[in-house]
Design a protein around this ligand. Structure first.
Ligand code: GRF
Length: 216
């Protein structure tokens, strides 16, 4: 009898999650890891806002947290991102073994940071990219009158929400939807596909060819 077992990655991936607020996507990922559904080690949750609600949630789930306050530092600055790099290295999240999940992290990363961790930074966006990048995507979708929207997990490159797409989920826009009601239904899908994408990464099942990704 032939029994196929997926080969385990030689090194366990070390996970850092970057947040700025509520952290519900972070929570979805950490809970899935806890259920042993993702072979990854949650190393640290980092917030750029000292009062981010998600910090307490992470602590309750037994994950180390840290704050790198970005007050007064412009988005995209290497000065700020260097502090992140030091903290990531202290927690053994490196360009060789790390995965950095942006989960509502409201800062643009510097080109230096992106280059350093190339192919190891992923983000969730509440729209079907390339439609409605940037802020207030759900509002943009409603104002544009689209019939379907959704969410996208993608690798982070130097553009805003432009990196190679890993997973997407579709949500129907209903007549009478408000920004809030649509956001709520999209968020349910975010909580489903973000942990799934993290698992695919941790199991070494995402291959990237230029703009395209193939998952196995
Ligand atoms: C989510 O809608 C995510 O798509 C966007 O920011 C929001 C973060 O929510 N990037 P949460 O902090 O994960 O609850």
């Amino acid at each position: 009898m032939f029994i196929y077992t997926r080969p385990k990655p030689i090194h366990m991936v070390n996970l850092a999650i970057l947040i700025s607020g509520r952290g519900s996507n972070m929570e979805a990922i950490l809970r899935t890891v806890k259920k042993k559904k993702i072979p990854i080690k949650p190393a640290v949750v980092i917030s750029n806002k000292p009062d981010a609600k998600g910090l307490k949630v992470a602590q309750k789930l037994g994950v180390k947290t840290a704050i790198v306050d970005s007050t007064g530092l412009k988005g995209g600055s290497w000065e700020y991102d260097q502090k992140l790099v030091s903290l990531l290295e202290e927690n053994n999240v490196t360009p060789k073994n790390g995965l950095i999940c942006l989960a509502g992290f409201m800062r643009i990363m510097s080109p230096e940071f992106i280059k350093k961790y190339q192919g190891r930074i992923i983000n969730i966006h509440p729209a079907i990219l390339p439609a409605f990048p940037g802020l207030h995507s759900q509002r943009q979708a409603i104002e544009h009158g689209v019939k379907y929207s959704g969410c996208t997990v993608h690798f982070v490159d130097e553009g805003v929400d432009t990196g190679p797409i890993i997973l997407q989920a579709i949500v129907k826009v209903k007549d009478g939807d408000t920004e809030e009601s649509l956001s709520k239904r999209i968020l349910e899908q975010e909580h489903r596909i973000y942990p799934k994408a993290v698992r695919l990464f941790a199991e070494g099942r995402i291959k990237t060819r230029g703009r395209k990704t193939v998952t196995s």
